[in-house]
Write a protein that binds this ligand. Structure first.
Ligand code: NAP
Length: 246
């Protein structure tokens, strides 16, 4: 058991999740680095956390699998304790125009992005209720607020996260648990590295700050909502997007 507060970050092997894991470890949390495929990258995040005196463990779990998520929470509870903070960050894209999108591309993105958040909240909130404490932060997207051509599946999953966040916030507010969403705009990561220069330039034109965000800039908003001092904030969607969605 850890005597630190425990934060579980899904999809923490790379990108925004990695930055959130590092930031929360710096803020004094014991961090559970969830990953699915990138074991080596997850181990590197753990090593980086340990290099500055933080504590972490890596846990492989496909968040789209309901039972696997249940086992993850059971095993964490038995080993380090119940997560005080749950960051539902794991996400994928399978972009394409609506009229050409196959059913599998739609379902897979919904299953991982929205289903993954549901699975972890379903298992995690049950344990948090017993402690009468919890901070749940779901990573949505500017695409879930504004829509985005070529991302019908992804935008639907990210809009769904907002409804899930607000309903859970209403259900759990009386139990000492806050539930909020952070909606990043375009952020430098593997997810956006695949975009063509033309698409990136067009995106920058839509951003009042005229640049992509850094993973650390998303992590600082998450760290604020994960902290003790954010206890009166629940059911909110905090856009961290350089002004894109205002
Ligand atoms: P990324 O660099 O592609 O990293 C995605 C992370 O999710 C990886 O750590 C990956 O782990 C994990 N993951 C994917 N499927 C998983 C599964 N089934 N189970 C567990 N983990 C899984 O993406 P990112 O840009 O950091 O995005 C992080 C989150 O921010 C996503 O929810 C994304 O939708 C959201 N977001 C990103 C942007 C942006 O511009 N980058 C903008 C708005 C919102 P493995 O490699 O170990 O499988």
């Amino acid at each position: 058991m850890s005597d630190k507060r425990i934060a579980l970050v899904t999809g923490a092997s790379r990108g925004i999740g990695r930055a959130i894991a590092l930031r929360l470890a710096k803020d004094g949390f014991f961090v559970v680095i969830n990953y699915n495929g990138s074991e080596e990258a997850a181990k590197e995040v753990k090593a980086e956390i340990e290099s500055f005196g933080g504590e972490a463990l890596c846990y492989k779990c496909n968040v789209a699998d309901f039972d696997e998520c249940g086992r993850m929470f059971e095993e964490l509870q038995a080993s380090v304790g119940t997560p005080d903070v749950l960051i539902n960050n794991a996400g994928i894209t399978k972009d394409g125009l609506l009229i050409g999108m196959d059913r599998e591309a739609f379902s897979r993105v919904i299953d991982v992005n929205l289903g993954g958040a549901f699975n972890c909240m379903r298992h995690g909130a049950k344990l948090m209720i017993k402690k009468r404490y919890g901070r749940i932060i779901n990573i949505s997207s500017v695409s879930g607020i504004m829509g985005n051509a070529g991302q019908a599946n992804y935008s639907a999953s990210k809009a769904g996260i907002i409804g899930l966040t607000k309903s859970a916030a209403r259900e759990l507010a009386g139990r000492g648990i806050t539930v909020n969403a952070v909606a990043p705009g375009f952020v430098d990561s593997d997810m956006t590295a695949v975009l063509s220069d033309k698409v990136k330039e067009a995106a920058v034109q839509q951003i009042p700050k005229k640049r992509f965000g850094k993973p650390e800039e998303i992590a600082s908003a998450v760290a604020f909502l994960a902290g003790e001092e954010a206890g009166y904030i629940t059911g909110q969607v905090l856009a961290v997007d350089g002004g894109m969605s205002m």
